[in-house]
Design a protein around this ligand. Structure first.
Ligand SMILES: Nc1ncnc2c1ncn2[C@@H]1O[C@H](COP(=O)(O)OP(=O)(O)OP(=O)(O)O)[C@@H](O)[C@H]1O
Ligand SMILES: O=P(O)(O)OC[C@H]1O[C@](O)(CO)[C@@H](O)[C@@H]1O
Ligand SMILES: [Mg+2]
Length: 958
């Protein structure tokens, strides 16, 4: 037995037989104190402790390695001084201890100790003044007691038997944190591997980062398989590597995939998959997460299907042992969908698709300028393989003149005629430029590919246009991921790890997807089948079926595009008696996507035969200047790519302006429906207009609010236009600031974030920039938390020793605290740092409103605007039945309680809720779901994201 450093210290040891268990342990108890691994990097493990019970805590605890280890190990260090200081200066109840082991994992500490001591024990020492009898427990990541050993010492002797463990465990249970259970279930170790496969996609790195860190947080070991299936087929330590916390530091903002990807022929063959299975088993991997496109996930599904026969073959040929066979009989596999093509069924978006869309829109916006200057036509080829999603969404976002996609093929003659007709009409109306987007998979209805040259030839020969071809190529796949992809990749990574941990041999393999705004688990087998059936339907020329198999959002976008594209020159689709006068107004601060909503509303109206009116400069504009007039097609034709509000916006609500005058103006122009686009002021305006229906019949028209505010605080929706543009601006700003902080080393920036009383932007800003924390109005800033955060900052800078290129960011919502401004926080940090590091402030201010709106805001603006028009069409007649008396509100409330389908509410917020587009009555929202004074919904959907954002940067709460 190794002699303890100090003679009067009690000590405990683990025997070698416990090594496997110890490797999995992420929590341990010493004298009934609970320590948790809160963060792990390749060089450091952070353990934290909170006193579980104020009545029986030991007063002090000291954990040390023995002198031999201390002297010989250059990497092992325990911050004893820090620990002691805290123990003596803090109240137990709020005490949080941090022990820092400078090594890459607990398991490594253990192994090193064994190697150095040439002994079979690992020593923890505690001071004898602990009041509780000192024992050491190891718990697995799920909280099960998996091991306990002690060598002879003052309090116990011999290796305790299981019954002792059980006894101590139940004793421990009564003392430890409520809700933390100690059971005796068999522990199932998890070594989780992640790989990226197929074409790289922006956001893959964020996905890997999230998977690696979540696995570590959950107490698992994380591995990366380099070079996709190629690495799996080749195997060995070169391709299958354990990943630590710091190995994925800074990956959020990096494009491509840092663990490599490949298109691997061998994996398509059984022999390749057999090697892959052997390599996985040899590396001890028991769960595999594949981030890739439809091909990669098809491969994953084939692998899952073949697995039982593969392992059997390996066993029969003696390539694996019985023990390995028993352990790896089932393959635990999960897919996260990473591909720019967005061609996988069962998910609305694949990781990378929106980044690629952003690249495409940016390129088309640039080309617009030169096309306009020369009055030229441009034929632009975009990627997407056999899927037209990128071309379609880019078509909507840039208001392209024509698109060719595989899902809606026509005969060669039809598409040529249709394109020429539309393009020449656009030219007749005064448009100087022509943009045609061609999906690389575009085909005729005879499955003959349509090339950009074919298209250009038609424009030149039939219309005589000066035409150029641009193939965007791999530019579309490069660069950093947009905010949405970072968010999607991160949240899906967390979900994937949770899914594999919850999987049993009988659970179908999951694929992680997103529906509208909700991360969902779907069956991998079904998703693959559905995806394959799209390709089959296309090859059978059954295009209707192919379209029906794409998600519903796809066909909705396509129908909208077709309608908007034929605006103002095709014969309107509605009979004269059904045509309406529909007005649109911006209320509140500008937000990205407002102009797209107007463009889309107007063109959609025109295609139907309605007359779209714009009210300029909000309600005051209407009242003071009578600023309401029909929208003109050529005037709005390039509004999609413009930020701000082209028609002008104003914060004043109707009651602050002049209700009577507003009613008069609407009546004067015979307005049949009004669309408000804006944030909380627009929400209040909607309520005021509805309430005023009793007095003013002019407001007895359908009223729809499209939420648009960077704060994303409109009740009734999880998403407001402008929030995505804002997040992207903030993200770019944070990336730059973080880069500066990293280069300077030892620097933290306190970034002040907008958002009113909503912490949405700050929270998602933290998630996508990897900021150390975010302070939000919903939580405020307690001095205790600030102190804890500064302590963590000190520790992390100390451990970095200037080596890591880690810039630190604190994000502070402007309204999180009036007293603790960004400047004050920075000053406190500077004061506390004792010159070891420094803090600066960075205030992006109105830059956060963004310049050019993001494609998400443009396309969502389009979708919500079309939905708003449809709502007005469907509800004009309903208004006749409604009695405008005082009970109107309870009438609506009753209606919606009883039967949401037949709600007769005609003043609504159109928004995204969970996984669908919903129309929520203002009356109900305002009265029951809003904290009006705070200008906030009573509950927010993104609370859970705060925890994820904190966890993934290793932040703990005081
Ligand atoms: N049917 C299959 N059986 C086994 N492996 C497959 C199968 N289909 C694809 N794979 C594997 O997945 C890899 C990637 O597939 P693919 O090249 O189609 O890219 P992807 O994952 O669809 O991504 P992207 O389309 O975004 O480039 C292939 O190179 C192959 O190794
Ligand atoms: O980069 P590669 O191997 O040439 O593949 C290009 C293909 O990959 C993708 O970028 C992603 O699947 C497709 O859009 C494109 O057809
Ligand atoms: Mg693919």
């Amino acid at each position: 037995m190794v002699q303890p450093l100090v003679q009067d210290i009690s000590y405990f040891s683990l025997s070698t037989s416990d090594e496997a268990r110890f490797q999995q342990a992420r929590e341990f108890y010493c004298g009934f104190l609970q320590f948790k691994v809160i963060k792990e990097t390749s060089t450091t493990v952070w353990l934290s402790h909170e006193s579980p019970d104020a009545t029986s805590p030991p007063k002090t605890v000291r954990i040390a390695l023995d002198s031999k280890i201390k002297q010989t190990s250059e990497n092992i260090e325990i911050l004893m001084a820090d620990l002691e200081k805290k123990l003596h200066t803090n109240d137990w109840r709020s005490l949080k201890l941090s022990l820092v082991f400078k090594t890459n994992s607990l398991a490594t500490i253990y192994q090193r100790c064994l190697a150095r001591q040439k002994s079979s024990s690992f020593l923890f020492q505690t001071r004898p003044d602990n009041v509780a009898p000192v024992e050491l427990y190891l718990l697995d990541p799920l909280g099960n007691l998996i091991g306990f050993t002690s060598a002879s010492n003052t309090f116990s002797s011999g290796i305790p038997q299981l019954n002792v463990i059980k006894k101590e465990a139940s004793k421990a249970q009564s003392l430890i944190t409520p809700g933390f259970s100690v059971s005796h279930k068999a522990f199932e170790p998890r070594n989780i591997a992640v790989m990226t496969s197929g074409g790289d996609a922006p956001g893959m790195n964020a996905n890997v980062r999230s998977i690696v860190r979540t696995a570590i947080i959950k107490g698992c070991r994380a591995f990366a398989i380099y070079e996709g299936y190629e690495g799996l087929v080749r195997g060995g330590p070169e391709y299958i590597r354990e990943m630590g916390w710091d190995d994925v530091r800074g990956w959020l903002r990096e494009g491509g995939t840092n663990i490599g990807t490949a298109r691997c022929k061998e994996f398509r063959e059984r022999a390749g998959r057999l090697s892959a299975a052997k390599n996985l088993i040899d590396a001890g991997i028991d769960a595999l997460i594949v981030c890739g496109g439809d091909g990669s996930l098809t491969g994953a599904d084939v692998f899952r299907h073949d697995w039982p026969s593969l392992v059997k073959e390996l066993l029969d040929s003696g390539r694996i042992t019985e023990e390995q066979y028993a352990k790896h009989e089932h393959l635990n596999i999960c897919g996260t969908v990473g591909s720019i093509d967005n061609d996988m069924s069962s998910t609305d978006a694949t990781i990378g698709a929106y980044s690629s869309l952003a690249r495409i829109c940016q390129a088309v916006d640039y080309i617009d300028a030169t096309a306009n200057s020369h009055a030229r036509a441009f034929v632009i080829e975009v990627m997407g393989r056999h899927c037209g999603w990128l071309a379609l969404m880019a078509g909507i976002a840039t208001s392209a003149d024509y698109i060719l996609i595989p899902e809606k093929p026509a005969s060669s003659q039809q598409w040529q005629e249709q394109m020429c007709q539309i393009v020449s009409k656009h030219r007749e109306r005064g448009k100087r430029k022509t943009i045609v987007l061609v999906a690389e998979g575009a085909i005729t209805n005879d499955l003959v590919p349509i090339s950009t040259k074919d298209v250009a030839d038609v424009l030149i020969n039939k219309l005589g246009l000066d035409t150029r071809i641009t193939t965007l190529g791999h530019v579309q796949r490069g660069g950093t991921a947009v905010a949405y992809d970072r968010m999607l990749a991160t949240l899906q990574g967390v979900e994937a790890v949770e899914a594999v941990l919850e999987c049993t041999p009988n659970t179908p393999s999951p694929m992680i997807g997103i529906e509208e705004n909700k991360i969902v688990r779907r069956s991998l087998v079904d998703a693959v089948k559905l995806t394959q059936s799209v390709a089959e339907a296309i090859s059978e020329k059954n295009f209707k079926k192919a379209m029906s198999l794409r998600d519903t959002e796809f066909s909705e976008h396509l129908n909208n595009f077709i309608a908007m594209n034929s605006a103002d020159h095709n014969v309107p689709t509605l009979p004269v008696e059904k045509r309406l006068n529909i007005a649109i107004i911006n209320v509140g601060a500008p937000a990205g996507g407002m102009n797209s909503a107007i463009y889309s509303m107007a063109t959609y109206c025109m295609s139907k035969g309605h007359t779209p009116y714009a009210i300029a400069n909000g309600f005051p504009g209407l009242v003071k200047h009578g600023a309401i007039k029909p929208l003109d097609w050529i005037q709005i034709s390039d509004w999609n790519s413009l930020g701000g509000s082209e028609i002008g916006t104003n914060r004043a609500t109707p009651s602050e302006t002049d209700l009577g005058m507003i009613a008069f103006k609407l009546e004067q122009h015979g307005i049949d429906g009004l669309i408000l686009v804006g944030g909380f002021e627009a929400f209040v305006s909607l309520k005021e207009l509805e309430q005023a229906r009793n007095s003013y019949p002019a407001f007895r028209i359908p009223l729809v609010l499209i939420p648009a505010t960077i704060s994303n605080n409109v009740p009734g929706t999880e998403y407001s236009l402008g929030a995505d543009t804002c997040l992207n601006s903030l993200m770019e700003y944070c990336d730059i600031v973080k880069q500066s902080a990293s280069a300077t080393r030892n620097r933290v920036f306190v970034v002040e974030v907008q958002g009113g009383n909503s912490g949405y932007i700050a929270t998602y800003g933290q998630l996508i920039s990897g900021a150390s924390l975010s302070y939000v109005p919903e939580e405020g800033i307690s001095l205790e938390q600030l102190e804890a955060d500064i302590e963590e900052l000190k520790t992390s800078f100390k451990n970095d020793e200037g080596k890591m290129k880690a810039g630190r960011l604190f994000l502070k919502s402007q309204n999180a605290s009036n007293v603790l401004s960004a400047k004050v926080i920075a000053d406190i940090v500077n004061e506390e740092s004792n010159g070891r590091f420094e803090a600066r402030t960075a205030i992006p201010g109105h830059v956060q409103q963004g310049g050019i709106p993001s494609p998400i805001d443009r396309t969502r603006g389009a979708r919500l605007a079309c939905r708003a028009v449809e709502f007005i069409e469907q509800h004009t007649d309903l208004l006749k039945d409604i009695k405008y008396d005082e009970d109107y509100c309870s009438y609506i409330a009753k209606q919606s309680e009883n039967d949401s389908e037949s709600i007769k509410a005609t003043a609504v917020v159109v928004g995204v809720k969970s996984n669908q587009i919903v129309y929520r009555p203002i009356c109900q929202l305002y009265d029951y779901e809003t904290e009006v004074k705070k200008r906030m919904p009573k509950s927010v959907h993104w609370k859970g994201v705060r925890e994820v954002a904190d966890k993934l940067v290793g932040r703990s709460h005081s």
